[in-house]
Design a protein around this ligand. Structure first.
Ligand SMILES: Cc1cc2nc3c(=O)[nH]c(=O)nc-3n(C[C@H](O)[C@H](O)[C@H](O)COP(=O)(O)OP(=O)(O)OC[C@H]3O[C@@H](n4cnc5c(N)ncnc54)[C@H](O)[C@@H]3O)c2cc1C
Length: 390
């Protein structure tokens, strides 16, 4: 088999890229190791920057998003028994959108099915070869048979645990990483959200986040130890702990119900540089991970593939390789700003087990400053709604 762009991974990054390329008349084949049913049901992100919403509309998959999304003009920080609202819209001119990643995945898969994009699900043992030559190729197994695809370029969109990043020699790849001493225990329930906007709670028992996927589906998170096992948390235990961390007026309005998903996610900041090696281009979680506090992961993946698609289209339409050559630097400039913000939001809102009394006081002072100063609120707002595409 032969194609122009071989895409490893059929998550948001891979499917967005395949769509952008397909609309520009560039051939792509997507190799995905999971089943379509698994991908359609996978629960993850839920908060979209305007740039991501614009991209989904531009590629013709925004109809349901525009009907069903919730638009948030603000966000709350709760600490020391107080609630402080940051007016995102007034401070930055922009809002954020609530629309589940699972819904985006479904919308993209529906669009690809209608367009007949070749997506190979349950592709096993995908491997990448010849990356620094003229004809890189992908090898995989399906139904007991081995297949090879010769490509012009390969896009590694296979997430943090994929094989694409591993295909870059260790002496070429530089890795920057911070692992946090806690994780997030998340619960999804068919209950109305406790507040119409998100509430980030810094409490002495640990961080808690009140978020949502729709007006009838809530998502709550608790800071737990990184080794915590979700199986040790009954629904009752979760709700009791959450109520204990919320301001009393919020806790009083909390509607509880059976969980439909419960899991622990570790928190990590990670960047692999460069995002290009020969004819391989990394995009999304394959190249970088952020702690979910700033809700940047999916949005960064969307920004990467927008840049990558622009570069590939320029190459095929005009023969100009300048954007391909500049891809890694262009992405990383934005990635590092989102990394800084995600790390800062995490530092501001979580309780660090090894924090000294001095550090704890400094954190409390920073929360008070950020929420009371217009400059402080503005810096949070402009990063939270998403920095402009460079
Ligand atoms: C609890 C949680 C909450 C989050 N909240 C937010 C949020 O509010 N906002 C936000 O922007 N982000 C959020 N994120 C992050 C967001 O979910 C990710 O950044 C996003 O999924 C990245 O998309 P991706 O396509 O790069 O990678 P992935 O979604 O990981 O997709 C990679 C795909 O590649 C496939 N794959 C992996 N290995 C192989 C292989 N060897 N061969 C073939 N296929 C392979 C995988 O099956 C997967 O389908 C959150 C994440 C978590 C865990």
């Amino acid at each position: 088999m032969r194609t122009q762009v071989g895409i490893v991974g059929g998550g948001p990054a891979g499917l967005l890229l395949a769509r952008l390329l397909g609309l520009a008349g560039i051939e792509a084949i997507v190799l995905e190791r999971r089943t379509p049913e698994y991908l359609r049901a996978r629960i993850r992100a839920g908060l979209l920057e305007q740039g991501t919403v614009d991209l989904l509309n531009e590629i013709g998959v925004g109809a349901r998003l525009n009907r069903e999304r919730l638009i948030h003009d603000g966000v709350e920080l709760a600490f020391d028994g107080q609630r402080r609202r940051i007016d995102l819209k007034a401070l930055s001119g922009k809002s954020v959108t609530i629309y589940g990643q699972a819904e985006i995945q479904n919308d993209l898969m529906d669009a690809h099915e209608a367009a007949g994009t070749p997506i190979v699900y349950e592709a096993e043992d995908v491997s990448l070869h010849g990356l620094t030559g003229e004809t890189p190729h992908l090898r995989y197994r399906k139904g007991g048979k081995q297949h090879d695809i010769t490509c012009d370029f390969i896009a590694g969109c296979d997430g943090f645990h994929g094989v694409s990043r591993e295909a870059i020699p260790p002496d070429v790849l530089r890795v920057y990483e911070k692992v946090y001493p806690f994780g997030w225990l998340g619960i999804l329930s068919e209950t109305p959200p406790v507040n119409h906007e998100l509430i980030y709670n810094n409490h002495e028992r640990g961080f808690a986040l009140c978020t949502m996927r729709s007006l009838t589906r809530s998502r709550y998170y608790l800071q737990v130890s990184a080794e915590e096992d979700a199986a040790h948390w009954s629904d009752d235990r979760f709700w009791t702990e959450l109520k204990g961390r919320l301001p009393p007026d919020v806790a009083a309005g909390l509607v509880t119900g059976p969980s439909i998903e419960k899991s622990v996610a570790p928190l990590r900041s990670f960047v692999a540089e460069p995002m290009r090696h020969g004819r391989l281009f990394l995009a999304g979680d394959a190249a970088h991970i952020v702690p979910p506090t700033g809700a940047k992961g999916l949005n960064l993946a969307a920004a990467d593939v927008r840049f990558l698609a622009e570069a590939l289209v320029a190459h095929y339409k005009t023969g100009n390789a300048q954007l391909l050559d500049g891809y890694s630097a262009r992405c990383l400039a934005r990635v590092w700003k989102a990394q800084r913000f995600s790390w800062w939001m995490t530092s501001l809102t979580h309780r660090f087990p090894d924090a000294s009394p001095f550090e704890r006081r400094a954190q409390a002072a920073e929360l008070a400053y950020i929420t009371s100063s217009k400059a402080g609120q503005t810096t949070l707002a402009e990063n939270y709604v998403g920095l402009p595409f460079a």
